[in-house]
Design a protein around this ligand. Structure first.
Ligand code: GLN
Length: 326
């Protein structure tokens, strides 16, 4: 037998074994993170949106998608919850693609505010009225920047979200209603921006679209799939569709790094070192460029509005996978 053929025959099964070991390792890692933090009871559900207070606080799910399109899950991965502020990332992604990075920077702003997600002071303290697309003020302004009348804009947005999720995502009616009925603070923020010519359409229409996008129902698996193109230079690792330019992915990840966890984004970058985004529904996504996306869901939040268990689980898994980008 030819020598090279013998080497090949010996190597093929070996590489197969190596792959299986890796798959098991990731699965075991998610299970380990889950068991380490499932008894963590710190924090509390968000309750300023009444429907969020009713979500089972014990839910805890973890999902990870690698750039070769493989999916790993553990825990409550079928529970549907509202995406909340994680939606801001996908709307920003659309604005970057549709309007360009310069418009996003000049019309919305991209600096960290260092302030809570619903801060009015963030607008008042900044003379240029620049905010950030990942806090409420900037996120609503980003919706207003998109083209189209109300229904058109919503159709485009939900189509865009579905492309990332590779499925049709529903709007959770009870969350949408609850948030719509208690939306005075966001209305005030949007009106304030409008008064400074930093809001680019009808306030009520755009606030309503923003509220709908926050009420989109996802599973933790959906979220990991949705974040996966951000780890893969804008190409969806499951559908192979090119959804974003590489440049826009870089900018998106930069904004996630400076503002994804609001006023504790610096602590997170220092400790974990991955671009991430949280939502008051209890989800967090994080992106390890060139490698994987991860999503964790558990409803209890810390003071800044970030899921306590999700932060711990992502920190643990990222460290074990040596994923810190810095
Ligand atoms: N829909 C929520 C709001 O506007 C989103 C906030 C969040 O998840 N941090 O307040």
């Amino acid at each position: 037998m030819k020598k090279w053929l013998l080497i090949l025959i010996l190597l093929v099964p070996l590489s197969g074994v190596a792959k299986v070991a890796k798959v098991n390792e990731i699965e075991a890692l998610l299970a380990k993170a889950h068991s380490m933090y499932k008894n963590e009871k710190a924090g509390a559900n968000a309750d300023y949106i009444p429907a969020l207070a009713k979500v089972d606080s014990e839910l805890f799910g973890i999902a990870l998608v690698t750039n070769d399109g493989k999916m790993y899950t553990y825990g409550d991965v079928d529970s549907r919850f509202s995406i909340q502020s994680i939606s801001k990332v996908f709307t920003l992604a659309l604005a970057l693609e549709a309007k360009g990075a310069d418009q996003v920077a000049s019309k919305i702003g991209v600096n960290a505010t260092g302030l809570p997600f619903n801060s009015v002071a963030a607008i008042e303290l900044n003379k240029a009225r620049s905010v950030n697309p990942l806090v409420n003020a900037g996120a609503m302004a980003t919706v207003s920047l998109l083209e189209g009348d109300k229904e058109n804009k919503w159709q485009n947005l939900s189509h865009w979200y579905n492309e990332f999720a590779n499925t049709e995502l529903p709007v959770l009616k009870s969350i949408y209603q609850s948030e719509s009925e208690t939306n005075g603070h966001n209305l005030a923020i949007a009106e304030l921006l409008k008064s400074y010519d930093r809001f680019y359409g009808d306030v009520k229409d755009n606030l309503d679209i923003y509220t709908r996008q926050c009420s989109i129902g996802v599973t933790v698996t959906d979220l990991a799939v949705m974040a996966s193109p951000f780890a893969n230079r804008g190409v969806h690792p499951i559908t192979n569709k090119k959804l974003m330019s590489e440049e826009n992915v870089e900018r998106l990840l930069a904004v996630m790094t400076t503002a994804g966890l609001y006023e504790t984004s610096g602590d997170w970058a220092f400790k974990v070192g991955l671009p991430a985004k949280s939502g008051v529904g209890g989800g967090i996504i994080a992106v390890a460029p060139e490698r994987f996306s991860i999503a964790v869901f558990s409803p209890r939040l810390d003071q800044a509005g970030n899921s306590v268990r999700a932060q711990k689980a992502i920190d643990y898994i990222a460290e074990a996978m040596d994923a810190n980008i810095f």
